[in-house]
Design a protein around this ligand. Structure first.
Ligand SMILES: *Cc1c(COP(=O)(O)O)cnc(C)c1O
Length: 479
């Protein structure tokens, strides 16, 4: 592409982007298409001759856009929000333009030093102890894997890295029955085995029961296992349950277990001093992960991993082939040794733009506002006949279900609520997702995009009520 064409097209795209950001709510949140609808519009072979950008962009509008789920839609209430904001997008543009690799200091000195500084800013903004050192990973899944591998290596005297598993390590990892599936996945990848992930029972708030944790560890010790790590959660994915971090830290100290805290989503709320009760005891943990790419208006990917013993981290991942040696190695952070991939994007830039552009206060205002939406919805549901709250609402995620008059059978309630969800999502006006809390099917409603307002939440809820009352219940449902 000639520079002239790039310049013209870029201007055109920036206008498109600004229009999109202003008018996202004009789109259906989720497209009404079937699997294969998009692929069949794409030629089966790559073009031999290059095509004009205008044609490519036309096809983006014609083929791709109608097949997108609009995560930045103000009435996207599904999963957890994924961050995006003006300053973050602008930083991504610059970072793509620089096209730099940020694996060692020498390959991008400013990127390395900005990342150091951003991790210090973020650590202090979240009220985490100074003894933590941060590094940006691509995702929480990777960050938790990094924690498990570091724990594994420290505990085995770095022998598994050297010799592989010799069959005599019987490590156990503990997490709550409500923990994210990435912990299971990481057990597979780390060679620890899913069978060695012990799921600890939760209490009525869906938080881990420390007594059950202690019992499970004692039981394992009696049976010849080595307790390795506990992964606790601040803000579970199903219902933002908050594990008792303080008690878990104490247990980890007693049994010499690594304590990793998964605060992927809810960690951002630690920007608010009044929410720091959630992280009480985190100062005694070994590692902590939060995703600014979820609730901190920063585009994917940007996962901040904080670790106490950074030497153990580097010892676990360090490599030093001749072609990567530099004279500054002893003076700087070479982030290639702080995680899994060698190549790394310049992710600190968007964090810098976001934090400076919002300011700590601007971020706090937004998060407080989002939490108040959750509290509004909680009150509203509590006061609406035939609706039931299914979990505490510490933040902005509300789990609820519809309980129509006269229906008591749990199986029927689960079916009715699944039907309610699919009817709501078929409107294209809002998007919700579901979870299971115990055996109970729950609808999840979470509003945390930059552009979401209380009005959006109220409109969304009005639709839920309307749809629920118009649901045609079969004879079977009504027993
Ligand atoms: C989203 C989420 C994850 C996974 O995050 P990725 O960055 O997508 O890997 C892990 N744990 C919790 C609690 C989450 O909410």
């Amino acid at each position: 592409m000639e520079t002239k064409e790039f310049r013209q097209s870029a201007h055109q795209l920036v206008d498109w982007m600004a229009d999109y950001m202003e008018n996202t709510s004009r789109y259906e949140v989720k497209p009404s298409i079937r699997p294969g609808d998009i692929k069949k519009q794409l030629p089966s072979a790559a073009p031999v001759e290059g095509e004009a950008f205008s044609r490519i962009f036309d096809d983006f509008n014609k083929i791709i856009l109608p097949g997108m789920t609009h995560w930045q839609h103000p009435q996207f209430f599904a999963y957890f929000p994924t961050g995006a904001s003006g300053p973050s997008i602008l930083a991504e543009m610059l970072s793509s333009t620089l096209g730099a690799q940020c694996m060692i200091w020498l390959t991008s000195p400013a990127a390395e030093e900005l990342e150091e500084r951003m991790m210090e800013w973020l650590r202090d903004m979240l009220g985490l102890p100074k003894s933590f050192t941060g590094v940006i990973q691509d995702s929480s899944s990777s960050a938790t894997l990094v924690a498990l591998l570091t724990a594994r290596e420290m505990r085995s005297g770095y022998s598994i890295n050297q010799k592989g598993f010799e069959g005599n390590h019987r490590f156990r990892v503990y997490t709550s029955a409500q923990a994210h599936s990435s912990v299971d996945k990481d057990m597979k990848i780390a060679g620890l085995g899913i069978d060695n992930l012990v799921k600890i029972e939760v209490d009525e708030t869906f938080a881990m029961k420390p007594d059950a944790l202690r019992k499970a560890i004692d039981h394992d010790l009696q049976n010849g296992f080595t307790p390795l790590c506990v992964v606790s959660t601040i803000g579970t994915t199903s219902s933002t349950a908050i594990d008792p971090i303080d008690s878990i830290s104490t247990i980890c100290k007693k049994y010499s277990c690594w304590h990793h805290i998964d605060a992927s989503y809810a960690g951002t709320a630690l920007l608010l001093p009044e929410m720091r009760w959630m992280s009480k005891g985190a100062e005694a943990a070994d590692s902590f992960v939060v995703n600014p790419h979820k609730w901190m208006f920063t585009n994917f990917d940007c996962s901040a991993y904080f670790v106490k013993d950074k030497d153990a981290l580097i010892k676990t991942f360090g490599i030093l082939p001749e072609y990567l040696k530099t004279p500054e190695d002893h003076l700087v952070n070479n982030y290639r040794d702080w995680g899994i991939p060698l190549g790394r994007r310049f992710r600190a830039l968007k964090l810098w733009f976001v934090i400076r552009s919002f300011g700590l206060k601007g971020l706090q205002d937004k998060i407080r506002e989002h939490i108040s939406y959750g509290q509004w919805l909680k009150e509203r549901i509590a006061g609406t006949p035939n609706f039931q709250l299914l979990a505490p609402v510490p933040l902005n995620l509300v789990c609820f279900r519809f309980v129509p008059e006269g229906i008591k059978d749990e199986g029927s309630l689960n079916e009715i609520n699944a039907k309610l969800l699919s009817s709501l999502n078929a409107t294209g006006k809002i998007l919700l997702t579901q979870t299971k809390l115990g055996h109970t099917y729950a609808l999840r409603f979470v509003g945390g995009s930059e552009k979401t307002t209380l009005g959006d939440i109220q409109q969304g809820w009005a639709l839920v009520e309307k749809m629920a009352t118009s649901l045609k219940l079969g004879k079977k449902d009504l027993g």
